[in-house]
Structure formats: structure tokens, C-alpha cells
Design a protein around this ligand. Structure first.
Ligand SMILES: [Zn+2]
Ligand SMILES: [Zn+2]
Length: 260
């Protein structure tokens, strides 16, 4: 399984950059995970969008879904021109209602899958996740702590497993979902001085590192970066929390995810 970073910034992109967007590929199965501002253009540098199997949006904040409106026209055009057999599976939370309805109306383009409606399984005692399959990949969604309903996502191909934090402050659910992951793609939205500002909605770089350490992940890749901040400073604070060197997500960079 391979991860390609399409965008790493929030809540607005740095010059020439893009907001949250990731391409996950495993054999014939390609998933666009998040569709933040500028991510669709970058997706097209790496694959033909007509072959996407699904798009997954962790929550309905603009820096995570705005390019759905680009994707909608691209997919509708491909269906019209018979270059794609049918609509694209779209996974997203069912609220806030106004944002959800705006996307859910595009039934000619998307097959809407509300995350809340998917079957639940017990990950560990007291920790439940929603589970589904897309092609060769198993997806698990754990509820986050964020101002709007939001999810973290675990993606397993059988020979490797990655977990994406989405946007959240620290939760037991995320720690359990991330446990032992081959790659943990985790938001690092602030520096130590931002602890109060992010409380209840995001993780600082150091908190991301501490969570990764406690969850025993094999590799930590930080993302969701505030464009005004020094990447090196974020990376140092995350590394101090993790107790090991961390990697910083970089647009167009590819990461192989496989079991040790
Ligand atoms: Zn965000
Ligand atoms: Zn958010």
C-alpha cells in the first residue's frame, strides 16, 4: 500500500501548497482521503481521477472537503463521456446538516455513505469503530473530538496498516485505532505555546508525538500544518514527544506502508 501526500496545510495553504489531501493506493484500489483546497489538482498529477474507487472525508470543514466540488464536475463529466462506468463512493459524516445536504444532493456523481450508518465493531473493550471495505482495503472509523462530528481512519491492506488522525484532540479511540500502526499520519496543528488554543479540537506537535509513542506506532508522519510555522520547530517538538525522529508530510512525497 502506498500513501501520496497531496496537501498538508491547514486551515489555508502555504504559497504553492494545498490543504489536507492524501492518495492511498493498493493494487487496483485508489482512494482519495480528504479533498482540501488545492488537493484535486495535485491528485491529477499522480493518477487518472476516473479510476478512483472512493473518496473519504473525515469531517465537513472546508480545508478537508472543498475540492469535492472540483471532483464532482470531473466525475460527472467522465460519466457523461462514458469514461467512467458510474458514480464514485463518497464516505463522510452525516452532519453538520447544511454541509452534508449540499454534498449529498449530487446523487448522479456520488454514492453517499454516511459513516454513522456503517456497521460497528469493538476494537478493544469500550472502543467501537465503524468498519467497511473498499476494494482490497478495510477501513475503520473512530469518532474524534472536534467542533463538528469528525473521524480518524484506519486503513488496512492485509500486509500493512496506516492510521490517519483527521482533526482531533487526544482520545482513547484514536490511541487504540493507532496502536501498532506501520504508519501514523497525525495532525500537528500547533506548537507548545498553542496548548490552550487547540484544547478540545486539535493536537500540538508534541501531543502528536506523545500519542504516537503511547500507541507504539512504527513511523510517525506529521501533517495539518499551520503555514506560518517553522516546519523544523514542529518536527523537533513532535520528535521530543515521540522519543524518535519524525517525518513531516511533504506534498507529492510517497510512502510505502508494509508490515515489518
Ligand atoms: Zn483541519
Ligand atoms: Zn477541522
Amino acid at each position: 500500500m502506498q500513501l501520496t501526500v497531496l496537501g498538508r496545510y491547514a486551515p489555508y495553504p502555504a504559497p504553492g501548497g494545498a490543504c489536507s489531501g492524501y492518495l492511498i493506493q493498493n493494487g487496483e484500489t485508489s482512494i482519495m482521503l480528504e479533498a482540501g483546497n488545492g488537493s484535486f489538482s495535485r491528485l491529477c498529477k499522480h493518477i487518472d481521477f476516473r479510476y478512483l474507487a472512493a473518496v473519504v472525508i473525515t469531517h465537513l470543514h472546508p480545508d478537508h472537503y472543498m475540492d469535492i466540488f472540483c471532483l464532482r464536475h470531473a466525475i460527472a463529466g467522465a460519466i457523461r463521456e462514458k469514461k467512467r462506468p458510474g458514480p464514485l463512493a463518497l464516505f463522510m459524516p452525516g452532519s453538520p446538516a447544511e454541509e452534508y445536504q449540499r454534498l449529498a444532493q449530487y446523487t448522479d456523481t456520488f454514492i453517499i455513505n454516511k459513516i454513522e450508518d456503517m456497521p460497528t465493531v469493538n476494537l478493544t473493550a469500550g472502543v467501537q469503530v465503524h468498519r467497511c471495505r473498499v476494494g482490497m482495503l478495510q477501513l475503520e472509523f473512530a469518532l474524534n473530538r472536534h467542533p463538528v462530528p469528525a473521524y480518524a481512519v484506519g486503513i488496512d491492506c492485509g500486509r500493512g496498516r496506516m492510521v490517519f488522525s483527521g482533526d482531533t484532540s487526544r482520545t482513547k479511540e484514536l490511541e487504540e485505532l493507532a496502536r501498532g500502526a506501520d504508519l501514523f499520519l497525525c495532525e500537528a496543528s500547533g506548537l507548545d505555546k498553542d496548548v490552550e488554543f487547540v484544547r478540545g479540537s486539535h493536537l500540538t506537535a508534541r501531543q502528536a508525538g506523545q500519542l504516537a509513542k503511547d500507541a507504539g506506532v512504527r513511523k510517525l508522519l506529521i501533517t495539518h500544518l499551520y503555514p506560518e510555522y517553522n516546519i523544523n520547530e514542529l518536527s523537533i517538538q513532535a520528535g521530543e514527544g515521540y522519543g524518535k525522529t519524525v517525518a513531516v508530510a511533504k506534498e507529492d512525497a510517497k510512502y510505502d506502508i508494509k508490515n515489518a
